[in-house]
Design a protein around this ligand. Structure first.
Ligand SMILES: Nc1ncnc2c1ncn2[C@@H]1O[C@H](COP(=O)(O)OP(=O)(O)OP(=O)(O)O)[C@@H](O)[C@H]1O
Length: 273
């Protein structure tokens, strides 16, 4: 059981220069085994919301339930996989050992064949014994995603996991992530600044607004799975991206076309899968 229920959640950070209301009055119901994308302007509380879901921060008011239980229970069982922007890897450990770390920390036995499978899955074959310092930022990011997946988590939380990747690799990783997700079916929430990525990956796109951070719109994505590179070239996909871009612009009070998703250029051309 890993459906997510957020009720009246707010988060206020106290700082030296006063308080920041990062989130206010967030209500959200996300079904078990679903994939949800969070998009919104910088600073609207996307990462904060993800951290509340993962029990990495506590709401100031309101509550979060995962499968009807407080998320700390799932976290204690090692069933929440997180991959955040700053891939916090152990610099003295190999890629393989970094991936296995999450499983070890949860007290479970490491399945090294599964670890090697994940190394290949995230395109790091040949680097299994490398140290993080020998990898690019994007490669380190992929190690952190593999580490989250190694838990076979019930709840998978990804904060801009592919932001550092070039367009082609990003698209390939999106297709891979979907494939793994179809296998594992973790309830997944992904923060992204890319409308194209959100529409490709998610069952629903949650649009957030700022000051204070809140949910302003939810767009359902009807495309059947598995979704592939052909979808990225389809008129329906581009039409929905344009719709989400317009609703995002309305939410943040900007122009209808955002830098994150230029109209008609939501996906890289010529991507094969
Ligand atoms: N630990 C913290 N202490 C104080 N303020 C914080 C803290 N974390 C976040 N904030 C503030 O809360 C607000 C929301 O931040 P958050 O990182 O959740 O936004 P975001 O939508 O994920 O931003 P981005 O897209 O730029 O990553 C911002 O104003 C930020 O400065």
């Amino acid at each position: 059981m890993s459906g997510i229920s957020v009720r009246g959640a707010s988060k206020v950070y106290a700082g030296r220069h006063g308080e920041t209301v990062a989130l206010e009055g967030v209500d959200l119901e996300l079904p078990e085994h679903s994939m949800t994308a969070l998009i919104g302007a910088s600073g609207c509380g996307k990462s904060t919301l993800l951290r509340l879901l993962g029990d990495l921060e506590q709401p100031t008011t309101g509550g979060v339930l995962v499968g009807g239980r407080p998320p700390h229970e799932l976290r204690r069982q090692g069933r929440i996989g997180v991959a955040f922007q700053d891939a916090a890897l152990l610099p003295w450990q190999s890629v393989r050992k970094n991936i296995a770390l999450s499983v070890r920390a949860s007290g479970r036995k490491v399945d090294w064949a599964e670890v090697d499978h994940l190394v290949r899955l995230v395109g790091l074959e040949g680097f299994a014994d490398a140290r993080p310092g020998q990898l690019s930022g994007g490669m380190r990011q992929r190690v952190s995603i593999a580490r989250a997946l190694a838990l076979r988590p019930q709840l998978l939380l990804l904060d801009e996991p592919f932001g550092a990747l070039d367009e082609l690799l990003r698209t390939q990783m999106n297709i891979e992530l979907q494939r793994i997700w179809l296998e594992q079916r973790s309830t997944t929430v992904i923060v992204t600044h890319s409308v194209g990525e959100a529409v490709f990956l998610a069952d629903r796109v949650v649009i957030m607004g700022a000051r204070p951070g809140r949910v302003v719109d939810v767009v359902d994505v009807p495309f059947p799975r598995p979704r592939d590179a052909e979808l990225l070239r389809s008129a329906d996909y581009h039409a929905l991206c344009d719709e989400v871009s317009a609703r995002l612009a309305a939410a943040i009070g900007g122009e209808a076309t955002t830098p994150a998703a230029p109209a008609g250029a939501h996906a890289p051309a010529g991507v094969g899968a």
